[in-house]
Design a protein around this ligand. Structure first.
Ligand code: NAP
Ligand code: G4F
Length: 353
């Protein structure tokens, strides 16, 4: 039985990947941080009682900022495949915590790579690094693919750039099977609530039931290429099954602005909204209501709060996944409409009175 080790198992992608690998017959080990409350809700359905013998998911306390801990988990598990998904993954928060972000996202990856070397696992282990479309940053080339130049715009992206090149360097210097997945934004009902898609679907459900009146957002002009996390974890696995270690873009090759995404979400709950005004004075107003919801025509359902603007933002991400399609046979199954439908239905159910 193959063994996989996942850092970031309690996060959105870690949970979907764990389920995917268990269904493929893997024994999955995950690194979870010690927290004052249980935060394993995304993987609880996969964890059996400690006493059961045939456990498919085994969790280890750990942290990517602790070298000895990383080394000792690697030694204990001796995995065939490592998926390094652990990260301080919020771009805006990285401006508040740049040093911690660099320690986790950049040096955390280096710690893993050095541990593999120290333990003599260079030949036996395959390593996936969670790289990101944020690397392209302020990029004038549309769409972006594997050879598009990077221009990162945040402490998060700069830390991920260090990790990206560490993978390339260890691959070349030590002949390691180490690959980067350059993943464009991917979402799901289990997305963290401070990312914009989940923030919008959550708010729309609350506004639908009259639990809230308005959602406050920041930059509505930014465009993102949004896919579903389920499709992307399948791609991660395929990247490690490819005959050579290489870097791959996973994306949908479509993009939408935050404003367009918001309109689509409200349309899904039967409400049409129109935007008017500029900058911090822009508002999204309900103009047509076709459902039983408590939203009134003329209600200002979207307003701007400048706290959500970033010191510098990334304006236009659009991925070209043709290399992954050609070499891995990977394509996304979800589109923006099926993604939004699933997220909205989940949140409507969640807040149903
Ligand atoms: P997420 O939901 O925020 O999950 C991040 C995971 O990393 C959580 O399990 C978190 O643990 C863990 N973590 C944070 N700091 C850590 C540390 N110091 N040591 C060990 N673990 C730590 O993120 P995601 O959306 O699943 O993304 C997974 C990875 O893909 C991340 O590396 C992210 O940067 C990258 N990525 C994501 C996207 C996307 O659109 N989702 C796109 C490109 C790349 P806690 O639960 O304890 O916080
Ligand atoms: O949802 P976001 O916070 O995601 P962002 O910054 O694109 O980062 C995500 O995707 C990356 C891949 O490209 C990952 F590497 C990263 O780990 C993370 O998963 O913001 C998307 C856009 C930004 O332009 C932001 O300024 O939405 C804009 N936005 C507008 N109002 C907002 C808000 N973002 C957030 N989080 N909250 C708002 O109220």
């Amino acid at each position: 039985m193959k063994k996989a080790l996942i850092s970031g198992i309690t996060g959105q992608d870690g949970a979907y990947l764990a389920e995917y690998l268990i269904n493929k017959g893997y024994e999955v080990h995950g690194i979870k941080r010690r927290t004052s409350r249980f935060i394993t809700d995304r993987v609880d359905h996969l964890v059996k009682d400690h006493q059961e013998a045939d456990k498919k998911l085994i969790l280890h306390y750990g942290d990517l900022t602790d070298s000895l801990n990383v080394t000792s988990i690697l030694k204990k598990v001796n995995p065939d495949e490592i998926y390094n998904l652990g990260a301080m993954s919020h771009v805006h928060v990285s401006f508040e915590t740049p040093e911690y972000t660099a320690n986790t996202n950049a040096i955390g990856c280096l710690r893993m790579l050095e541990s593999i070397r120290l333990l003599g696992m260079t030949e036996s282990v395959k390593y996936y690094q969670a790289s990101t479309s944020e690397l392209y940053g302020d990029c004038k080339i549309i769409p972006q693919k594997e050879d598009t130049p990077f221009n990162p715009q945040s402490p998060y992206a700069i830390a991920k750039l260090f990790a990206f090149y560490s993978i390339k360097n260890y691959r070349k210097s030590y002949n390691m099977f180490a690959s980067n997945g350059i993943l464009f934004n991917h979402e799901s009902p289990h997305r963290g609530e401070t990312f914009v898609t989940k923030k919008i679907t959550t708010a729309a459900a609350k506004i639908y039931y009259g639990i809230a009146d308005t959602i406050y957002l920041g930059n509505l002009d930014a465009k993102r290429d949004w896919g579903h996390a389920k499709d992307y974890v399948r791609g991660m696995w395929k990247i490690l099954q490819y005959k050579n270690p290489e870097d791959f873009v996973l994306a949908t090759n479509t993009n939408f602005s935050i404003r367009e995404f918001t309109k689509l979400v409200f349309k899904e709950i039967g409400v049409e909204i129109e935007f008017s005004g500029k900058g911090v004075n822009e508002k999204g107003i309900a103009t047509k209501v076709d459902s039983d919801c408590l939203i009134k025509i003329g209600q200002e359902v979207v307003k701007i709060d400048e706290r959500y603007f970033r010191p510098s933002d990334v304006n236009n991400l659009l991925g070209d996944y043709s290399k992954a399609k050609r070499l891995l046979g990977w394509e996304p199954k979800y589109n923006i409409h099926s993604l939004i439908k699933e997220m909205v239905n989940y949140d409507l159910e969640r807040f149903k009175p």
